[in-house]
Design a protein around this ligand. Structure first.
Ligand SMILES: [Zn+2]
Length: 427
């Protein structure tokens, strides 16, 4: 590259500060709540209009038949592509456009997009409409500064990340949108913070464990067999054996926060015996021995662990009870699993983003790994695209919280980083 792109990109982005704010506010004001998946078409149309005006060719793709897709709540996705002046690589920015429920405790309008000082408030401000807006401004600024760039820029806004991404990135990856022949670098502007590069995530295994019993009158429990007591034995084994074992397992992955560098297990829910009464029911429960009890396990595992071993730890414990505890019987059902992934620290998109962070912020980029999964899993596994990171503005701990906000300066800085990455990879 002949000249330093930084001053030109800096000027182009600074000139778009008001646009960056307005775009973020507009996106927040479209309440794309998931579940159930509201206003997906509206936000895709809004983005399609904006990006078409900038020379992008846009495609609206409905994930027909995907989990959650229905005529009442269609799963719409937008992919926009801007070709450069010659052949070259394609850099793709992928953001999810859905947001989680509002919840309690807000002191601002969750869909107002209020600007107060440097902060824009609203549901999805940091996770991740601020990141989406920053990537759009980055691309527009880059195109203005380098109209003769080579290769292509893609921006996608996809559905359902908050509920697994099956109506969004997973569907698009299955349709070939993330094939390495058409996309060579992917940046997901999730709120990992402007000086950090997220290389991947830990693995996940969700399973439902059910203990069996037999129903009887509650006044003569000896005539039945309580599935809840059996589950109590399962929980005791988990406390006594599994938790201490998990605490000894540490990963070399740079997972943040620090506590997530060990294996973790959350007992997501427990249900046993009679169903909860309907709201408003004022009667008493009926006296019964519980014949079924279920828990849902949410196990997060490390790149050093195999999923087979992870499952065997739990089934081993259940089999142990089966041989030692009279009447104990169980079933176990897999609900969901994702392998851990970690992009190589010397992958091109990591190196380019690291260099840009150093230029813009004057500090060495921190490499991190997310405790939970996000859409990179589908890009990696279904799309077979390994050169992928999450990088974007916003503070991760504000995601899904009341009074969620994103900082304007943070968005501007990370937009400049993204624009520099485009200059590095496409000029
Ligand atoms: Zn997110």
């Amino acid at each position: 590259m002949e000249t330093d792109p930084l001053p030109r990109l800096h000027a182009e982005i600074r000139a778009r500060r008001d646009q960056l704010i307005a775009l973020t506010q507009d996106l927040i004001r479209i309440p794309t709540l998931n579940p159930p998946g509201l206003h997906y078409r509206e936000i895709c149309d809004y983005l399609s209009d904006r990006l078409s005006a900038q020379g992008f060719v846009t495609a609206l793709v409905r994930a027909e038949g995907a989990p959650g897709d229905s005529d009442a709540h269609p799963r719409w996705n937008l992919i926009a592509r801007r070709e450069g002046a010659g052949p070259g690589a394609c850099v793709h920015f992928n953001s999810h456009h859905d947001v989680v429920e509002v919840g309690h405790g807000w002191t601002r309008d969750p869909f107002g997009g209020a600007l107060e000082g440097d902060r824009i408030y609203g549901r999805g401000a940091c996770d991740m409409k601020g990141g989406l807006a920053a990537s759009i401004i980055a691309a527009e600024a880059f195109i203005a500064a380098f109209p003769d760039f080579r290769g292509a820029i893609e921006i996608s806004a996809t559905a359902d990340e908050e509920s697994g991404g099956y109506g969004g990135v997973a569907y698009l990856a299955e349709q070939g949108w993330f094939d390495p022949d058409r996309v060579q670098h992917v940046i997901i502007p999730e709120p990992l913070h402007k000086d950090r590069i997220c290389l991947g995530h830990r693995g996940v295994w969700w399973a439902e464990v059910e203990t069996k019993g037999s129903i009887a009158h509650g006044s003569m429990p000896f005539l039945g067999d309580s599935a809840i007591r059996h589950m109590g034995a399962v929980l005791e084994e988990i406390e006594r054996k599994l938790y201490p074992l998990l605490a000894t397992k540490r990963t070399a992955m740079p997972v943040v926060p620090e506590g997530a560098r060990a294996s973790t297990l959350n007992i997501n829910s427990i249900h046993g015996g009679e169903a909860e009464p309907e709201p408003g029911y004022s009667g008493l429960p009926a006296p019964c021995v519980a014949d079924r009890c279920r828990i849902i396990l949410d196990r997060r595992f490390l790149i050093e662990e195999g999923i087979g071993d992870v499952k065997a730890e739990v089934t081993g414990l259940l089999e142990g009870l089966k041989s030692s505890r009279p009447g104990f019987d169980y079933s176990i059902r897999d609900l969901f699993e994702v392998q851990p992934i970690q992009t190589a620290p010397d992958a091109p998109v990591v190196r380019s983003t690291g260099a840009a962070i150093e230029r813009v912020l004057g500090r060495v980029a921190e490499h991190v790994v997310s405790p939970g999964t996000y859409d990179q899993k589908h890009i990696d596994r279904i799309g077979r695209m390994k050169n992928c990171i999450a990088y974007g503005p916003g503070l991760l701990h504000l995601a899904h919280q009341p009074d969620e906000w994103v900082g304007v300066q943070d968005m501007e800085d990370s937009a400049l980083v993204m624009a520099l990455v485009l200059a590095d990879l496409l000029t």
